[in-house]
Design a binder for this molecule. Structure first.
Ligand code: NDP
Length: 492
């Protein structure tokens, strides 16, 4: 660049490449999707969903109260009993297949909506969230008429009404992970999206209308945590599936205790991304970048603890810092953007608080020079070195673009440090040796272990954790189990 500048030519910079904002037109106000219609909330209250990148209001959204939740559960029960659970399974498969096709057809619109409401870069919502959401519906459409083969001699039957509560980091994708298997198994659903990202779930209600999903099979109730709590407390639900923080997961478990309602929990993580000295170093650097800066680090399985073998630590961290300088932070709708906006002011404050604790406890911070937009919620890519295992930044889920680096000398020490966490969702291993990958994978206490890659998802592959990362699996044949009972459908 310096050479070109001296010659007086234009500097080598990315030109703006904005995706069209016009691809999606939100209504001024959204009601609740209950019984196949958009209805005003009985609570009479609304809130505003804003774009975290600009703080611009996008739409008014209904705050569902207990009466609204009751109406949604009632509509789901009626739809379940009045045809959906007894429909020929091949017909049910067709409905789910149609949802998948429509998600593909409307993917550009939905990707723009996701980036506007949640702040994630358009290249991620376009290339990851939307294709994967459609893939989940395609995949589970395929299982809908094969449940007897998936679970031979176990007489699989749906639970009934599934209550599903999802977070704000992958709004449409988490919806797909929950709704697709539930419908394939013949359940009706009431889904509560997160307060800060309700819009794609509301657009999904329109996708269901287009796909001719029978009214009441999919109901969307928007609102804050109190709406989620009212849903969990409702006596008419037969199953709860939750993705979000460990704290709320534990609260839900307490509320369900003794009620006989089956529960799956997909909670937080503090994954170790482990780099050995024999790995392909540049490839590992890309994997580290993807592991922690994908989706601003708002990822439950983010590789937020980098464990690097001491002999290559200096070289690797040097390369990583150089690479960080090339990450583009800014407008989520720009196709060149690598890191978008932080999802909410509240989350930004949480990140700032944890970063401050890292500095106070003695870790060394590095942030590349980068200009952040004036409005909206932003945080630069950040790396901490000289981190001790006891520091909060090595223990707590930051859920932001912040990486903590620790070192190790031997594979045994790497395993020991990787497992030294209350969580157990995912891990990464970078090495040229296949035998070492297997040795590590056997010992790492994590639901998913990626080798020489990171953040790879496939609807055929089960995902989930153990310890404080939750229980139950989503994806694959395992993901069906959460939505089935195996007593021939008799109700206890
Ligand atoms: P929450 O766990 O609070 O939110 C997840 C979902 O649960 C949202 O739909 C939320 O509604 C709802 N909810 C909140 N309280 C209750 C309740 N008592 N009963 C039923 N549902 C409830 O996560 P936050 O958004 O508060 O994020 C806090 C932290 O959690 C993050 O900093 C991050 O560390 C972690 N997190 C982890 C996720 C993961 O995938 N593992 C995802 C999201 C967050 P509402 O949005 O209206 O509050």
């Amino acid at each position: 660049m310096g050479e070109i500048d001296r010659l007086g030519a234009a500097p080598w910079e990315y030109a703006p490449a904005p995706e069209s904002r016009e691809l999606v037109r939100f209504r001024e106000r959204y009601g609740l999707a209950i019984g196949g219609e958009m209805v005003d909330p009985r609570s009479g209250t609304w809130f505003t969903s804003v774009s975290p990148a600009t703080e611009e209001p996008l739409a008014e959204v209904a705050q569902a109260g207990p009466e609204d939740v009751d109406a949604a559960v009632g509509a789901a029960r009626e739809a379940f009993e009045d045809g959906w659970s007894t429909m020929r399974s091949a017909e049910r498969a067709k409905v789910i297949f149609r949802i998948a096709r429509i998600l593909q057809e409307r993917s550009r619109e939905l990707a723009v909506a996701e980036s506007l409401d949640g702040g994630k870069p358009i290249k991620e919502s376009r290339d990851v969230d939307l294709p994967l959401a459609a893939a989940h519906f395609f995949y589970y459409a395929g299982w809908a008429d094969k449940l007897e083969y998936a679970f031979p001699n176990r007489r699989p039957a749906p639970h009934g009404v599934a209550a599903q509560i999802i977070p704000w980091n992958f709004p449409l994708l988490m919806l797909a992970w929950k709704v697709a298997p539930a419908l394939a198994c013949g359940n009706a659903v009431v889904l509560k999206p997160a307060e800060t990202t309700p819009l794609t779930a509301l657009l999904f209600a329109d996708v269901c209308r287009q796909a001719e999903v029978p009214p009441g099979v999919v109901n969307i109730v928007t609102g804050d945590g109190s709406t989620g709590a009212a849903l969990v407390d409702h006596a008419g639900i037969d199953k709860v599936a939750f993705t979000g923080s460990t704290e709320v997961g534990k609260e839900i478990q307490r509320r369900l205790a003794g009620r006989g309602v089956p529960l799956t929990l997909e909670l937080g993580g503090k994954a170790a991304n482990i780099v050995f000295d024999d790995c392909a170093l540049d490839q590992a650097v890309e994997g580290i970048v993807n592991g922690i800066w994908f989706n601003q680090g708002h990822v439950c399985c983010a590789g937020s603890r980098l464990l690097v073998q001491e002999s290559i630590a200096e070289q690797l961290i040097g390369k990583l810092k150089r690479r960080m300088g090339t990450l583009r932070v800014g407008d989520p709708l720009d196709k060149n953007t690598d890191i978008g906006a932080i999802n909410s002011r509240q989350q930004l404050e949480r990140i700032r608080e944890l970063v401050a604790s890292g500095q106070e406890e003695g870790a060394e911070i590095f942030q590349p020079a980068c200009a952040l937009p004036e409005r909206g919620f932003w945080y630069p890519p950040t790396v901490f070195t000289s981190v001790a295992q006891s520091y909060r930044i090595a223990q707590e889920e930051i859920f932001g673009p912040v990486l903590s680096v620790l070192t190790f000398r031997t594979p045994e020490e790497a395993v020991e440090k990787a497992n030294n966490t209350a969580y157990g969702l995912s891990a990464g291993v970078w090495t040229e040796k296949g035998s070492r990958i297997l040795w590590m994978a056997e010992r790492l206490k994590a639901g998913v272990v990626w080798a020489n890659t990171y953040n790879r998802f496939d609807p055929a592959s089960p995902f989930g954790g153990y310890k404080e990362s939750g229980f139950g699996r989503e994806g694959g044949r395992h993901g069906l189990e959460a939505y089935l009972r195996f007593d021939g459908g008799r109700r206890g």
